[in-house]
Design a binder for this molecule. Sequence first.
Ligand code: NAG
Ligand code: NAG
Ligand code: NAG
Length: 151
Amino acid sequence: METRARRRPHLFPLLPLLLLLCGECPPVGGCNEKRMLAMLPHCGQTFAERMKKVEVWKWCNLSEFIVYYESFTNCTEVETNVVGCYWPNPLAESFIAGVHRRFFQNCSVDRQHWQDPPDEILIPLIAVPILLTIAMTGVVVWRSKRTDQVV
Ligand SMILES: *[C@@H]1O[C@H](CO)[C@@H](O)[C@H](O)[C@H]1NC(C)=O
Ligand SMILES: *[C@@H]1O[C@H](CO)[C@@H](O)[C@H](O)[C@H]1NC(C)=O
Ligand SMILES: *[C@@H]1O[C@H](CO)[C@@H](O)[C@H](O)[C@H]1NC(C)=O
């Protein structure tokens, strides 16, 4: 258990493997959502293993595990980019939100226990998907309007 928890995120050994597998990759710039969803649980698992070392009553004190959380977020970003997807994207966000709920479900009630940098993490976590959704909706509406005019 100890050694498993201490293991570094296994991103690096995965990269050459991913490059090898890339025979079936979508065209450059394409986003392979299926593969992304297959990769992301690695990040969640590493994070969960590290969180097991943190006593549960400290789970709402972000300064106790900010390093793990940052590396989890970074892990999702790296894995998302590796399969050609933008980060963040709605699917990755909902995965992160799921992990978030699993560990911090009971924390938002008692915001005082969130030490220093919670907003820097929480605000992007909440705001980015919202902004992305608004932007994407805007693009879709704009494009369909344009099509309407042309037709
Ligand atoms: C994220 O992870 C990559 C690969 O492991 C590393 O090179 C990079 O420095 C990390 N970035 C941050 C902000 O931790
Ligand atoms: C949150 O609280 C509920 C109800 O008290 C409990 O069942 C659950 O295990 C808690 N979750 C976490 C992550 O602490
Ligand atoms: C949170 O953890 C930090 C670092 O261990 C500690 O200094 C601080 O007192 C803790 N805060 C709370 C509210 O438990």
